[in-house]
Write a protein that binds this ligand. Structure first.
Ligand SMILES: C[S@@+](CC[C@H](N)C(=O)[O-])C[C@H]1O[C@@H](n2cnc3c(N)ncnc32)[C@H](O)[C@@H]1O
Length: 951
């Protein structure tokens, strides 16, 4: 039996040998004397040596001190030296060990006769790798190969290996997976490259299965938790090799696994660039490889479906998506022209919107299924899928999203080989969500794992039937050694409703069978899958290609490949930095880029009988009902929102409302008290009403036409609105009316009892969202830049733009004809609806000094629309020349008089010479008009060669 004793550890080359010396069996033994000697050495020699040295240091250094110190150390040095010699060369002491029966019982170390040869000389010995000193010391202490430690040799026989321990793996653990030989052909490994090839599955030519057919397809059977026999869609030998390799991962410690893949994956260094995680880069990678079909979807002619200056947003959804790297990438790429909806499991892996450094998370709205923001986000619950579907459809005009990304996964540590089986319901629910919320023609990308089981392959088969094209793709950003891959689906077909309902039913069944030993094993009969040769071959091929994932142990080109990839995918190689915070004043100056600050203090011209004439050019104006005072609003991101009155003396003050806006946003607004309902049940809420937009999430729109600014503001509001958050203050864009249609406004005016008005009905304007507010007047905004105005062509029954100075007329809106923000702001008029202004029939009092509805309406209706007689050349003469495909050069001739003009023969644009001008013989016409007026036609004009007017 071993007692607590002296433990001596001898370090060999790579191993250590540990044994114990029992204290009460040491008497009379050479080893015991060794121990005593060592203790003496420690007790006497060492302190005396130290004392000797200390005395040298503590006193002033003199030759006497040094000598005294050395003399004091001398006994220790001599003893140490002789002890070493004794250990190395004394053989006799060891031969005495354990020779008698008594000492046999009490032997300190090993009872058997010591065969030193076995340790020292025998090259065949397992211990020959230890140096001779180690071997001798071990031998001296009684170690003999093949014999155990302990009094009766009952202890361990083998040397304890030096620590090869990796991470937190158990001491001395060997990994099963590393023992066997792997039958892998390492030769076929492709050279790492940034360029990836897409291999689409051939188009599905069979009909989408209908409810009648589908109802026979589901097979329930014994729950299956083995993958080894799933060889329907993969070569058996290959599958087994891979499973064997992957078993190694089951055994590997997390840290070991991480280190190995970091070293071996050529694409490992790409990481997340400036995004919040690596997942974002997978989306960037796939978006590029699939020709930006997600962030820039195109129609069948290759024309982008969503243009930045169009009113439509790019709608997307991201499910099983926390923390949200995919969405951060999409929003970074599309800025505020996109709006995302997300659902993911609540908990530690929830969305981390505050970590979207490169994009505005205000454009993303998480919704957790049943219960909205209070839901649990579990996609496997049918109620959540339905709730999410309703939410998305309600907020996309019932069209659905342009694309859905799904990246569901959970830890399968220790069961890597079963990942496909364990994730089957998650996969089904993600596919079901796609069929529920993707619009016809839209796209879908979803993470899958191995596709060996008929259940998973059946699911992919249904996608194959429902989408125009599908592809199984493993991006280079997905680690080669895991079974992750993505199914990329292009163009959802119409008529998929039965498949959707079928998957919905399967999910209900899966939930019913949870925790039982039966399961849904098939959703598409094997025969159906196998009969479709194209699909079947594609799946087998894809499985077999993806199984050859092994790579060389160390990939030296990681940095180079990272650079290549980022460049190819259009991702700047920048560090991830949190956006800096700035104060509103400096941000405002940064956004307005040197514009004269006085521009912002302009007050509107009041509309009265003397200023009415200003709106004579009726077509040039737009109007909006006001409900409060105009201010400027600056969004610095999230709820960091400030307002400012516009005068230099005014301060930026924090907006006391619950709302969020993307950073770098500058708007002209009113904060209006909106009301809902009447009487006691009436509810009041403060809303932001946008009058005009200057900068939208960093996008300066001030030079755009007023109509376009309003259109962009509407799009922006749609992108930032949070319908799932009724607790937040709404943001709306004012309804804008044409001045000539002002009568439409009066239809929306009513007299209503307002809570605070003491029972007196007050004038109330009801907007399109069923909210009403007390109007304070009407803003009238001039949208044309002087001397341009809008006119109406009676001949063509069309409005056109006309320059009052040059008489140039055009259907195309030329940049100089557009009134930028500051002109609109400066020249706006305000018709105040205060006391004595009658704008509703039930209002009794009318101040004759003030403008009433009738006066203004009749002024507008009686104002003739500026009509210009378009001097159409054919009326005056005949066409003499025709140049270019589109542009006809028309010259009118009467005797020696030549008149010139141009007319665009096709399309609805034309440019003409304002007056027919007399040309004299010999005049050379190489330039027809100011080129800036001909911008749309310049290409055509340059094709006209100069010609001479002849007699
Ligand atoms: C790999 S992560 C997604 C990463 C994400 N694409 C990104 O870009 O950051 C997998 C996500 O699936 C989620 N998930 C797993 N099971 C889920 C379930 N039943 N319902 C919803 N989400 C689930 C996890 O919570 C996790 O957030």
């Amino acid at each position: 039996m071993f007692h607590q004793g002296v433990i001596v550890t001898i370090l060999g080359r790579e191993s250590l040998w540990t044994f114990s010396v029992p204290q009460d069996h040491c008497k009379g033994q050479a080893h015991y004397s060794t121990t005593v000697v060592m203790l003496w050495l420690l007790w006497w020699g060492l302190p005396s040596s130290l004392w000797g040295l200390e005395s040298m240091g503590s006193e002033r250094l003199c030759s006497h001190c040094i000598l005294m110190g050395l003399l004091r150390c001398l006994p220790s040095i001599l003893f140490l030296f002789s002890f070493s010699l004794f250990c190395l060369f004394s053989e006799s002491s060891s031969s005495t060990s354990g020779s008698d029966s008594e000492s046999d019982e009490k032997r300190p170390v090993f009872s058997n006769e010591f065969k030193q040869d076995s340790l020292v000389e025998g090259t065949s010995s397992r211990y020959s790798m230890y140096n001779s000193v180690s071997q001798k010391l071990m031998a001296k202490m009684g170690f003999r190969e093949g014999e155990g430690l302990g009094k009766y040799g009952q202890g361990r026989k083998d040397i304890v290996e030096a620590s090869n321990q990796k991470g937190r793996r158990g001491f001395g653990l060997t990994l099963k997976g590393f023992d066997g030989e792997l039958n892998i052909d390492w030769q076929d490994e492709p050279e790492p490259s940034a360029y990836e090839k897409v291999d689409w599955c051939p188009e599905c030519t069979t009909e989408i299965p209908d409810a009648q057919e589908l109802k026979e397809w589901m097979t329930v059977g014994k729950r299956k938790l083995v993958i080894e026999d799933e060889t329907e869609f993969c070569n058996e030998e290959l599958l087994h090799n891979v499973l064997q390799c992957k078993s190694v991962f089951d055994e590997l410690d997390g840290e070991e696994m991480r280190r190995a893949r970091t070293r071996s994956n050529p694409y490992e260094m790409i990481r997340g660039a400036f995004f919040l995680n690596r997942a974002a880069m997978k989306m960037a990678n796939m978006d590029h490889v699939f020709d930006y079909m997600f962030t820039n979807p195109k129609d069948c002619h290759g024309v982008p479906l969503i243009k930045e200056y169009d009113a439509e947003l790019l709608y997307f959804a991201d499910v099983c998506a926390g923390p949200g790297g995919f969405s951060e990438y999409v929003l970074w790429r599309r800025k505020w022209h996109a709006k995302g909806f997300g659902m993911t499991l609540k908990g530690p892996n929830d969305f981390k919107l505050e970590d979207f450094y490169s994009a505005s998370s205000e454009l993303f709205e998480p919704y957790y299924g049943e219960g909205g923001i209070d839901g649990d986000g579990d996609i496997t619950r049918s109620e959540n899928i339905t709730a999410f579907q309703n939410f998305v459809l309600d907020n996309t005009d019932h069209k659905g999203v342009h694309f859905l990304m799904a990246d569901g996964g959970f830890s399968v540590e220790g069961q890597e080989n079963l990942q496909e089986i364990l994730s089957k319901q998650l996969m089904l629910c993600q596919f079901l969500t796609a069929l529920s919320i993707v619009r016809t023609g839209g796209h879908f990308v979803c993470k899958t794992f191995d596709l060996f089981t008929p259940f998973s392959v059946g699911l992919v088969y249904l996608l194959y039937c429902c989408f125009e094209r599908i592809c199984i793709f493993k991006p280079v950003t997905s680690r080669p050694a895991n079974s992750e891959r993505y199914v990329v689906c292009k163009g959802l077909k119409s008529g998929i409703e039965d498949v959707r309902s079928y998957l919905f039913t399967v999910n209900i069944r899966l939930n019913q069978l949870r925790n039982s030993d039966v399961d849904v094993n098939l959703i598409v009969p094997l025969k159906v899958i196998k009969d479709n040769q194209d699909f079947y071959n594609y799946i087998v091929q894809s499985n077999e290609n993806l199984l050859s994932f092994f790579r060389t142990l160390v990939e030296p080109r990681q940095a180079e490949i990272r650079k290549e990839c980022l460049q190819l995918w259009g991702i700047p190689d920048q560090a991830r930095v949190a956006p800096s915070s700035s104060d509103p004043k400096s941000k405002f100056f940064e956004l307005i880029q040197g514009t004269d600050i006085d521009t912002f203090s302009y007050k509107p011209t009041l509309l009265n009988s003397s200023t009415l004439e200003k709106i004579r050019q009726v077509l040039d104006f737009r109007c909006m009902v006001s409900g409060s005072e105009q201010k400027f609003l600056l969004g610095l991101g999230k709820s960091q929102i400030y307002t400012w009155g516009g005068r230099q003396s005014d301060r930026w003050t924090k907006l006391d409302l619950k709302t969020e806006l993307p950073r770098d946003t500058l708007l002209s607004v009113e904060i209006v008290h909106e009301l809902k309902g009447e009487g006691k049940a009436q509810r009041k809420i403060s809303a932001i009403h946008i009058l005009d937009a200057l900068v939208l999430n960093g996008n300066d729109v001030r030079t755009q036409h007023f109509n376009q600014r309003i259109r962009l503001a509407e799009k922006f509001v749609k992108a930032v609105s949070k319908p799932s958050r009724p607790d937040m203050n709404p943001i709306r864009v004012k309804e804008v009316y044409r001045l000539e249609e002002m009568d439409k406004i009066f239809v929306r005016l009513e007299m209503k009892v307002i809570k605070s008005s003491g029972g007196m009905p007050r004038l109330s304007y009801t907007g399109r969202d069923d909210r009403h507010f007390v109007p304070t007047g009407l803003y009238i905004v001039r949208t044309m830049n002087d001397p341009w105005t809008m006119a109406y062509s009676k001949n063509f029954k069309k409005k056109f733009f006309f320059n009052k100075m040059t008489n140039v007329a055009t259907y195309n809106l030329l940049p100089e004809a557009i009134a930028p923000f500051h002109i609109c702001h400066y020249s706006r008029l305000f018709w105040e609806w205060g006391e004595g202004v009658k704008v509703h029939d039930s209002q009794k009092r009318q101040d004759p000094e003030k403008l009433s509805k009738e006066t203004v309406l009749s002024f507008i209706q009686l104002s003739p629309w500026p009509c210009q007689r378009l001097p159409y050349p054919e009326e005056d003469g005949k066409s003499l020349a025709s140049c270019g495909q589109k542009l006809h050069v028309l010259v009118s001739v009467s005797n020696t008089s030549v008149y010139q003009g141009t007319h665009l023969a096709t399309g609805n644009s034309f440019v003409m010479v304002p007056r027919w001008t007399k040309a004299n013989a010999g005049d050379e016409y190489s330039s027809w008009h100011r080129s800036d007026m001909l911008t749309p036609l310049q290409a055509a004009v340059t094709r006209i060669s100069p010609f001479q007017v002849s007699d």
